[in-house]
Design a protein around this ligand. Structure first.
Ligand SMILES: Nc1ncnc2c1ncn2[C@@H]1O[C@H](COP(=O)(O)OP(=O)(O)OP(=O)(O)O)[C@@H](O)[C@H]1O
Ligand SMILES: [Mg+2]
Length: 379
């Protein structure tokens, strides 16, 4: 993105930022009739941060965003912006803009008028020249210069999406809320727009809160992700934290792919738990906090942590190769264990050469470093 105006460039260092949070939720709940759409949400959003809410349909993502924007009042708890409770503050009085799940552009207005709409409502009034300048700059940022007088229905989905973004950033909000902004786009355009969004956020330094149910999108864009379930935030962390240290099976399953084996903890020695499966197998993984001997648990082993060999190895499990899926850089194997069922193994190309390539029907042995598998709460 060329020519980002200097006054919109972002220079602050996110890590050493000691400014107060731009926004926060303090024990925020929202009840619709018998549905608890938000259940005691607690969260601080740092200035300049790219935060995502990730979770399945109906888990309360949009509700959380609408409360930050002011379109929904919490049933209890406080929404803070810049340290002030804003529960009763109208949306247009908040330094916040929201890009809706459907872009909600005005079909009867052209691109410029859509983008400038909010600016024209401002009091005291802005001059025509000021409005044109700001609109032009926003168009430049989303790379739509030249589209000023196009009707929105004469544009592609991706272009309309960018108009919606421009309409939000033109107001220079402190906080930009994006509700599934890329959901309507095809995969390729989605990828391109993800990169544009990330560039945009880095360059203009606005705090972004993104809602998505696409884990790949959340992982690739966010500084931090809040994983939600049934109105609750179940875990918040950096993409890598969530991937490497999920606190539950739910998070491990939602962030990345994993194999899960149920069992009961038999023993814990030096942080490594041995669990017994119902079929009497003994499997090992790193113990996580709060789980002790006798607890019903779930062992999570990421496919890329599993090693496969033709020779038997101590502690290895004999399996049959069921399926081999060539994925370019990786090969994915689905191997069958008589008691554990299908196990997903991902082998990098580097290892997958010569006689280390396995064929369907072959007998293999799988194992993993116990320190790289996680014993988790089963729900
Ligand atoms: N205005 C409303 N009236 C009644 N129930 C509502 C209302 N808005 C949301 N809900 C309910 O609250 C829950 C959370 O809805 P929300 O829209 O926040 O989910 P979401 O995570 O954004 O889902 P999706 O991914 O499908 O957009 C759902 O059960 C929904 O049916
Ligand atoms: Mg939603």
């Amino acid at each position: 993105m060329a020519h980002i105006p200097v006054d919109l460039q972002y220079t602050a260092n996110k890590q050493s930022d000691s400014r107060p949070p731009i926004a926060a939720l303090r024990n925020v709940s929202k009840v619709f009739g018998s549905v608890i759409a938000a259940d005691a949400l607690n969260l601080s959003i740092a200035q300049g941060e790219f935060l995502s809410f990730l979770g399945p349909s109906g888990c309360g993502k949009t509700t959380a965003l609408r409360m930050l924007a002011g379109f929904e009042a919490p049933t209890s708890g406080d929404v803070l912006i810049d340290g002030q409770a804003v529960n009763d503050l109208e949306p247009y009085r908040r330094p916040v803009n929201m890009v809706f799940q459907s872009y909600a552009l005005f079909p009867h207005l052209n691109v410029s008028d859509n983008i400038g709409y909010g600016l024209r409502q401002r009091r005291p009034r802005l001059s025509r020249g000021e409005i044109a300048g700001k609109v032009g700059r926003a168009l430049e940022i989303v790379r739509l210069t030249g589209f000023e007088s196009r009707r929105v229905w004469e544009m592609s989905g991706g272009q309309q999406q960018r108009v919606a973004l421009a309409r939000a950033i033109v107001n220079e909000p402190k906080l930009l809320l994006l509700d599934e902004p890329l959901a309507a786009l095809d995969r390729k355009l989605r990828k391109e727009m993800q990169i544009e969004l990330q560039d945009l956020q880095r360059q203009i330094g606005i705090t972004f809160v993104l809602v998505t149910h696409d884990q790949e999108e959340a992982l690739s864009l966010s500084d931090r992700i809040c994983v939600m379930r049934g109105g609750r935030i179940v875990q918040t962390g950096s993409p890598q934290d969530l991937y490497d240290q999920p606190k539950s099976r739910y998070v491990a399953d939602f962030v990345g792919t994993s194999n899960f084996f149920d069992g009961t903890i038999d023993a814990v020695v030096d942080g490594i738990a041995t669990l017994a499966t119902r079929s009497g197998l003994r499997l090992q993984g790193a113990a996580t906090a709060g789980l002790s001997v006798g607890a019903a648990v779930c062992l999570s082993v990421r496919p890329e942590q599993i090693r496969m060999s033709r020779d038997a190895v101590p502690g290895g499990l004999a399996c049959t190769v069921h399926n081999r899926i060539f994925l370019g850089e990786h090969t994915e194997y689905l191997v069958q264990h008589p008691a554990l069922g299908t196990v997903n193994v991902l082998t990098p190309r580097l290892i997958e050469s010569g006689d280390m390539s396995f064929q369907t029907g072959e007998q293999v042995h799988i194992n993993w470093n116990p320190g790289r598998a996680l014993v988790l709460s089963p729900d």
